[in-house]
Ligand binder design. Structure first.
Ligand code: ADP
Ligand code: MG
Length: 250
C-alpha cells in the first residue's frame, strides 16, 4: 500500500535520511526503531507529506505523495505526532472532532463515531469535556489516538505514541494498541525506541541508524540473523540489564 523509493532528506549538511527504500503491505504493522536522532520521525513526516524529500518518491496505493495530491491523501492517513500534539485550548472532544467538523461531516455521524472510538480506546465519557492539561498522560494518548482514527484512515502513522508513559500504563496501552490494530485491520507505521514494544507490536521491524535502514524484518530475523554488528549491539543494549540480573538470556 505504501512504497518509498530512494527517498532522502538533508537538513543543511546533516543527512537526516540517506536514500531509503521501504515497502509497507496493507494491514500490517511496521515499526521504525533506532537510537534517538537516527531519522525515524523524519521518515514518518516524509510519508505524511509534512516535509518534502530531497530525492526519491513515495507512492500511496499507486498515487505519488506530492504537493498536488497531499491534501486528498492526508485524509486517508491518521497521524499522531511525537508528544501527542493535542491543541491545549480545545477540549478532548473538540480535538478529536476538529477535522471532521472542518470537513463538514454530519454532526450525528460525528457523535456516533466519537462514542465508537471512545469505547475502542476506553476513555470515560466525561473526559471528553476535559482539556489536555486536565488529562493524565495515558488519557492524552488515548485522545490523540481517537483523533488520528476519527476519519477512519487507511494508514495510521504513530510517532512514539507511548513515549512519555510510565511502564505499567505503557504496558496496558501496548496490549490495547495491539488489539485495536488487529481489530481494525489497519496499516500502521509506528515509531518507538523500545525493542520489546517493537517486537510485540510489529510484524516488521525496521532498524535505522544514522539515517540508514540497517535491517528490516520480523524481530526473530533481526535477533537470529543480524545483518551487521550494530543489530546485535542494539538488541543487547536493550536486553542487557535484565539479562545481567537474571543471569543469562532466553
Ligand atoms: P528521531 O525521530 O529518530 O529521533 P529525527 O528524524 O527527528 O530523529 O531527526 C533525524 C536527524 O535530523 C537528527 O540529526 C535531527 O537533529 C535532524 N533534524 C530533524 N528535524 C530537523 C529540523 N527541522 N531541522 C534541522 N535538523 C533536523
Ligand atoms: Mg523522533
Amino acid at each position: 500500500m505504501l512504497e518509498l523509493t530512494q527517498i532522502s532528506k538533508h537538513y543543511g549538511d546533516n543527512a537526516a535520511l540517506l536514500p531509503t527504500d521501504l515497502r509497507v503491505e496493507r494491514a500490517t504493522t511496521v515499526v521504525l526503531i533506532g537510537p534517538s536522532g537516527c531519522g525515524k520521525s523524519t521518515l514518518l513526516r516524509l510519508i505524511a507529506g509534512l516535509i518534502t524529500a530531497d530525492s526519491g518518491s513515495i507512492h500511496f496505493d499507486g498515487t505519488p505523495v506530492e504537493a498536488a495530491t497531499i491534501r486528498q491523501l492526508r485524509q486517508r492517513m491518521g497521524y499522531v505526532i511525537q508528544e501527542g500534539g493535542l491543541f491545549p485550548h480545545l477540549s478532548a472532544r473538540a480535538n478529536v472532532t476538529l477535522m471532521a467538523r472542518y470537513l463538514r461531516r454530519d454532526p450525528q455521524w460525528i457523535d456516533a463515531r466519537l462514542s465508537q472510538l471512545r469505547e475502542l480506546v476506553q476513555l470515560p465519557a466525561d473526559l471528553l469535556e476535559s482539556f489536555p492539561a486536565q488529562l493524565s498522560g495515558g488519557q492524552r494518548q488515548r485522545v490523540s489516538l481517537m483523533r488520528a482514527l476519527m476519519l477512519d484512515p487507511e494508514l495510521l502513522l504513530l510517532d512514539e505514541p507511548l513515549g512519555a508513559l510510565d511502564p505499567m500504563i505503557r504496558y496496558q496501552l501496548q496490549k490495547e494498541l495491539k488489539l485495536i490494530f488487529a481489530q481494525l485491520g489497519k496499516t500502521v507505521i509506528l515509531v518507538t525506541h523500545d525493542l520489546a514494544e517493537a517486537a510485540y507490536l510489529g510484524h516488521t521491524l525496521v532498524l535505522i541508524k544514522d539515517g540508514r535502514i540497517v535491517q528490516s524484518g520480523p524481530f526473530e530475523a533481526l535477533s537470529r540473523q543480524p545483518a551487521e554488528a550494530f543489530v546485535e549491539e542494539f538488541i543487547h543494549a536493550q536486553r542487557g540489564p535484565l539479562e545481567a540480573l537474571t543471569g543469562g538470556g532466553t
